[in-house]
Structure formats: C-alpha cells, structure tokens
Design a protein around this ligand. Structure first.
Ligand SMILES: [Zn+2]
Length: 294
C-alpha cells in the first residue's frame, strides 16, 4: 500500500506512460545493493532514494574527506560528515531525501568470504567501486545469486556502462582479464588518486539507472549486450598512460568484438557523444560459455 503522502510524492511518476501505483509498489518491494558510496555511489544512491526503491543496502569502509567534496554530494551537504564513514553518512542523507526508504549499511571491507551475506536478499547489484579486484568479487557474487550487476564508471571526462547478467549477457570474465588486472593493480597500488568530476560520474549513473528502472518495472527490454561509452572530451584518456584504461585489461575476445565494429581501444579518438558497442558473451568463456539460454 502507498500512503497519501507517498502518492503525492510520486505523482509525477504516475504521469509517465506505463507507470502506475502498482509500479511504485514494485519499487517499494525492491531491494538493491550498492557497493561504494563515493563518486558513482552518490548519484546512484540518491536516484534510488528519489525513485522510492524500498530497501538499499550500502557498503563502504572509506571515510569522507575534503577532496571528495567536488562530487560526493551525499556527504558534501555538511562539514560534520568529514571523517564519517561514507556508508553511514549515505544512510543519513537517504533518510532526509526519502524517509520511506530503508537503508542497511555496512562499514567493513567486503571480501570473497563475506560478500554473499552483505548483498543478502538484494535483487540487483550496483557496482560503484573503483578497483577491479572488488568488481570481480561483486560479479562472482551476482552470478552465484543469479541477479544482474550494473557496471559503470568514468575514465577522466569519459564514461561507460554495461549490464552483466549472464547468460543473457557476457560475464565479467568474458570482457576483463583477471590476471592482467591483478598485475596492473599490484604495480600501481600506490597511485589510488584518480581524476574525477561530477558530470561524467552523474552521466554514467543516469544512463545505468534508466536501465535499472526498466528491469525493476519491466516496461521495456533493458539494453542487454550493449556497452555504452560516452565521450566528454575529444582525444581523452584512451591515449594517456592511465592504468585505468580499458586497453590494459581487456580480454582478447572483448578487443576483437570492438575491433570488428570499428572501435579500437588503443587508438580511439572520437568526436561522437556516444558510442554503443554490441558485446555478447563469449561462447568459449570458461566461466559462462556452458550456461544455457545464450
Ligand atoms: Zn563469460
């Protein structure tokens, strides 16, 4: 049931074609897990709260700092949040945005051992962490629980996104090489500070949230097997020596799928606003190749 206040709050949703009170109740009965309450976590968690998603589970071990203020507005709202754990701060802000939303937060680092418990009964995983070793842990958990994972983020001015939901889509291992990533992350473990500004972060999060709402409400087919790339600046980080560049950790399969569509990660220089690549799963993939329904 929706209260009168909730009906008033979501009145503009009900003007959208195909979005009625039943849809709003569906959102209210949805549980999501957001890994990371930082740069992409901020807009993600805010949108989930504004939409009226019933329960948000949030995990972040990090604390809020001055240098986060240019983008992490979930916490930027008050200097009292400086030094506070980001998952806890996010929970406080969500309550002030929409008191109908329940939040459970976790301040520990998630690992392979505890991730299944932390994700709990969530229907969706939002990957808002920056390190690939954690993305692999999330992706494996999503496969075990057979729930979708929204993968998105930024590289400098640019942003990207993909829905991982094998066997309907590729799995994480189809696209990214765990061994290469482990080597790179070990080499560059000291350089954890990366470029980040709000427009690219918000764009990545907005594009993925539109897909997430489609899945939650079922009014349209989500953009499965589409790898979004949004360009914020011509000749951007794809050419730079960024350890975050896809050119360093793509699998051969992913590179080849892109190349046949005229997209070369090593030399790409685009004046387009968006590029959408068709990326299906690798039938030879040792992790998902034998899953049915492909
Ligand atoms: Zn795979």
């Amino acid at each position: 049931m929706l209260s009168d206040l909730e009906k008033a709050r979501y009145a503009r949703h009900f003007l959208l074609p195909g979005w009625d009170e039943e849809c709003q109740k569906k959102l209210k009965n949805t549980t999501v897990f957001v890994a990371g309450a930082g740069g992409t976590g901020s807009p993600t968690i805010t949108m989930l709260a504004l939409l009226g998603v019933g329960k948000i589970r949030i995990c972040d071990f990090d604390v809020f700092e001055e240098s986060n203020k240019n983008r992490q507005f979930l916490h930027s709202i008050s200097d009292e949040r400086l030094g506070m754990n980001k998952a806890m701060s996010a929970a406080k802000t969500v309550y002030s945005i929409n008191p109908n939303v329940r939040v459970e937060y976790f301040t520990d680092k998630f690992t392979e051992d505890n991730i299944d418990d932390i994700v709990g009964d969530a229907d969706y995983i939002f990957d808002c962490v920056d390190k690939f070793k954690y993305k692999f842990i999330l992706a494996d958990c999503a496969v075990r629980k057979r729930i979708p994972m929204f993968f998105y983020g930024i590289m400098g001015y640019d942003f990207f996104g993909y829905i991982f939901y094998p066997p309907k889509t590729a799995c994480f291992n189809c696209l990214f090489d765990k061994e290469k990533i482990q080597k790179i992350e070990k080499l560059h473990s000291r350089s954890s500070e990366v470029a980040a500004m709000s427009p690219a972060l918000f764009s990545a999060s907005g594009v993925m949230m539109l897909q997430a709402v489609k899945m939650m409400l079922g009014y349209d087919e989500p953009a499965y097997n589409k790898f979004y790339f949004g360009f914020g600046k011509q000749s951007n980080v794809l050419h730079e020596r960024s350890v975050r560049g896809f050119k360093f950790w793509n699998t051969k399969y992913f590179d080849e799928k892109c190349a046949v569509q005229g997209f070369n990660w090593k030399t790409k220089d685009s004046t387009d606003l968006f590029e959408v690549l068709n990326i299906t799963g690798n039938p030879e993939c040792p992790y998902c190749g034998n899953m049915t329904n492909r």
